[in-house]
Design a protein around this ligand. Structure first.
Ligand SMILES: N[C@@H](CCC(=O)N[C@@H](CS)C(=O)NCC(=O)O)C(=O)O
Length: 97
């Protein structure tokens, strides 16, 4: 009988309405990732060094190219951009409940 492969269970929680825009070389982004890791939270991310569309969207919608930037999609359809690493960490902590 062939061995069944089960998906690896993950204890991390995903917050689906958030996306972190970042650059790998950015220390402030690393700060946010470390905080997410310590909270055991996964969120989608966009590397603006590689993703030109993401970079353009960040500037066009958020108003500046600074990273880390958190893109928030509210349940009413409105979107928001949060730019400071400490503000981002604080916001995610609040969402965690
Ligand atoms: N105070 C900000 C500093 C963020 C920052 O300086 N980010 C740099 C990259 S590490 C940046 O995006 N600079 C402006 C730019 O590249 O357009 C924070 O804590 O997030």
């Amino acid at each position: 009988m062939p061995a069944r492969t089960e998906p690896t269970p993950s204890s991390a929680s995903n917050i689906k309405n958030l996306t972190l825009y970042h650059r790998p070389s950015c220390g402030f982004c690393v700060r946010v990732y470390r905080a997410l890791q310590s909270m055991n939270i996964n969120i989608a991310d966009v590397n603006v060094s590689k993703d030109q569309y993401g970079r353009d969207k960040l500037i066009r919608e958020g108003g500046k190219s600074q990273v880390p930037a958190l893109h928030i999609e509210h349940s009413n359809g409105k979107t928001e951009w949060l730019y400071e690493s400490l503000d981002i960490i604080h916001y995610v902590k609040q969402q965690q409940g």
